[in-house]
Ligand binder design. Structure first.
Ligand SMILES: Cc1ncc(COP(=O)(O)O)c(C=O)c1O
Length: 313
């Protein structure tokens, strides 16, 4: 058995490390909202039973309508997905066989899916420490690549790139006819969120991915959406299976997008806890990335290996 590809499903980590499964665990391998789904989901759940007998709305019209309101973009610029993961797979298919630029370290699915679609990949690795991205350094690479993936805030560092940095980047991408995919799966955990989404209307090379599974803790339901130019959305839609969105996810998504107080409560708590925990870990000698979200990258010091870290802490 090999090391699991992703977090969550902790039974596979226990199996890999040949450790007995514990009764009570806190799963640090997953970065979803620790408060669970908004309470309204549990309340409404019994009512939704009737929805599973019929095929779901293949257009997810009601939910798309809410996304239109939220993002102030036309419905033709919106594509619902079975989690951000489905949208990443669709993007990889869109760029099948093309040249892809990945800004590392980052979420492993970009590489895995682009590899599955025969893309040629270049890794541009950020410098450990502040993990900043210099548009001037990346720009020469945009000339020779068809698409660049950027995760903002980035998984695993939690580093947030500013609106000004993103605008510079999309301008450079447009200049060189290189697409820019910005994965904003964690954008709503940031105290003052930064998004490049409104630029989708004016920048045909921009694609923005959002996930609802993180903030609203509905990873088991699967829900996300993409914002992009109408022509891009049309093409990606053509790759999707009919009824890719299940009825429960569509109903839950509508409630999630109304749960503003829950988002504020979560963000406030996460910010306080992150500051407390990273402060304590820094005092213990660990090097922590300057995260703005609900996870951070931790550098183990001295003789300790990650095996020791996982097993003894
Ligand atoms: C950066 C990033 N994007 C997208 C996803 C996929 O999220 P989901 O498919 O659950 O919406 C993840 C999951 O961990 C992620 O970390």
């Amino acid at each position: 058995m090999s090391w699991p590809l992703h977090g969550s499903n902790p039974q596979y980590i226990y199996q890999f490390l040949q450790l007995p499964k514990q009764e009570k665990i806190i799963d640090f391998s997953v970065n979803i909202n620790p408060f669970g789904p908004p309470p309204v989901i549990r309340k409404k759940w019994p009512e939704w039973h009737a929805a599973i007998a019929d095929y779901p709305d293949p257009y997810g019209k009601d939910l798309v309508g809410m996304v239109v309101e939220k993002e102030q973009l036309p419905s033709s610029s919106i594509l619902l997905g079975n989690g951000g993961a489905e949208l990443i797979a669709l993007v990889a298919r869109f760029f099948a066989g093309k040249r892809v630029l990945l800004i590392q370290p980052t979420f492993s699915e970009y590489e895995r899916m682009c590899h599955a679609y025969g893309c040629e990949m270049t890794n541009f690795t950020l410098t450990e420490g502040d993990w900043r991205l210099s548009v001037a350094e990346v720009e020469p690479l945009l000339k020779t690549h068809d698409v660049m993936f950027l995760c903002n805030p980035n998984n695993p560092t939690g580093i947030l790139y500013s609106e000004a940095e993103l605008i510079n980047l999309i301008k450079a991408c447009e200049k060189h006819q290189c697409y820019l995919v910005v994965d904003e799966a964690f954008y709503d955990f940031v105290e003052k969120p930064v998004t490049i989404a409104p630029r989708c209307e004016t920048h045909p090379h921009l694609m923005v991915i959002r996930s609802l599974t993180k903030m609203y803790a509905i990873a088991g339901l699967r829900l996300g959406y993409m914002l992009a130019d109408t022509r891009v959305i049309e093409q990606l839609k053509g790759y999707q299976a009919h009824w890719n969105m299940n009825a429960l996810a569509l109903l839950a998504g509508q409630e999630c997008l109304k749960a503003h107080e829950y988002v504020t409560y979560t963000k406030n708590d996460i910010t306080t806890e992150r500051n407390r925990v990273t402060g304590e870990l820094s005092k213990m000698g660990y090097i922590i990335s300057d995260s703005e979200v609900n996870f951070y990258l931790l550098r183990i010091q001295n003789e300790m290996t990650s095996y020791h870290f996982f097993v003894f802490y």
